[in-house]
Ligand binder design. Structure first.
Ligand SMILES: Cc1ncc(COP(=O)(O)O)c(C=O)c1O
Length: 334
């Protein structure tokens, strides 16, 4: 019998997708990270960082965990802190959804809201990180997990990749994963390189993010992409990369819901669109895996809201419907 909620982090299911890319000359599997108890793959690094800290004594019962996150990492940490009985302050910004703030609070986290972006860069991320440093400096026994540069973040994803390889009996030709801190990318890459596997790792970044591109631009879909280049990033971690803009990421999410009945978050839509874009490069008979990072319920008022999409992107629905007439494309309807 498994003891405690944290014991069911990881070992998420993997399923074959047979409807979304038809016709297809390769097999596509989805690693469903939404099945982690906190709803995303960030449960893995959240637990690993805290567990390491507790094992090494860096974290004790009196430690206050302080981290910047407007979404999944915050929820993963809030869950693990609640279980370990640790106080957690999550620094969010005024763009954070009410639902995520409520989730954090439901787990007992204290939410500290940054209401102005950094005056120099115009970025909320920078302002949040500055606030974390300030809180750590004034808090007795404060600990900053620092997901952007903590190597216990990628280390948690060695297991993600191990689960993928084992569930497909070692036959994995391509893995597509979304990037932000680059924890997933680095962890999967280390696993592949350490074992000299032939698996090709493809990073999916957002248009406007400064991980694989330098062209910073406004992005509305949270999760993947970053406004600062993460210290965990290294161009060689990925064999190739693809940049997906917000609207194509939303289209990917909707296709996943309508064709495969998988309600997943923004980065999952980006991963699906990324695979479609690169499909001509994928050899006949290959086995591909899409890591789908989180649940779609957190995006009902944005990605899955027609009103929100129309407000921010105009009337894109006709464009999507015209794609349904193209036999190469799976269906997308508003
Ligand atoms: C939904 C979603 N997708 C992708 C990512 C990127 O993962 P990583 O930080 O491991 O690069 C995140 C990170 O928070 C995320 O929340």
């Amino acid at each position: 019998m498994k003891q405690g909620i944290l014991s069911v982090i990881g070992n998420t299911p993997i399923v074959e997708l047979t409807r979304i890319l038809t016709p297809s000359h390769f097999r596509l599997f989805a690693k469903l990270e939404a099945f982690n108890p906190g709803g995303s793959m960030k449960d893995r690094p959240a637990l690993n960082i805290l567990r390491r800290g507790l094992e090494t004594g860096v974290i004790t019962g009196d430690t206050v965990i302080i981290e910047s996150s407007s979404g999944n990492m915050g929820i993963g940490l809030a869950q693990a802190c609640a279980y370990f009985g640790l106080k957690f302050i999550c620094v969010v910004d005024s763009k954070t959804t009410i639902q995520n703030i409520r989730l954090l609070q439901a787990y007992g986290a204290e939410v500290d809201i940054v209401s102005h972006p950094d005056p120099l860069t115009g970025e909320y991320l920078q302002a949040r990180l500055d606030r974390v440093r300030e809180l750590v400096s004034i808090t007795k026994d404060g600990f900053w997990p620092n997901q952007y540069s903590n190597f216990d973040n990628p280390a948690a994803h060695h297991k993600t990749m191990d689960e993928i390889v084992r569930s497909l009996d070692g036959r994995v030709d391509y893995v597509f994963c979304a990037t932000s801190t680059c924890g997933t990318l680095r962890g999967c890459s280390e696993y592949i390189r350490d074992r000299s596997l032939a698996t090709r790792l493809i990073a999916v970044d957002a248009v406007g993010s400064v991980i694989f591109s330098t062209q910073k631009a406004r992005r509305l879909v949270p999760g993947h992409g970053s406004a600062v280049t993460p210290p965990l990033f290294n161009r060689d971690l990925a064999d190739d990369f693809v940049l997906v803009d917000d609207i194509d990421c939303i289209a990917g999410c909707r296709r996943l819901a309508q064709t495969e009945a998988i309600l997943a978050g923004g980065s999952s839509g980006a991963v699906i669109t990324g695979i479609e874009r690169l499909k001509e490069k994928i050899p006949y008979g290959a086995t591909c895996v899409a890591i789908l990072a989180d649940r779609g319920e957190r995006y009902l008022d944005t990605i899955f809201s027609d009103a929100w999409v129309a407000e921010h992107f105009g009337d894109v629905f006709d464009h999507w419907k015209s794609k349904t007439e193209d036999p190469e494309c799976a269906t997308v309807a508003s």
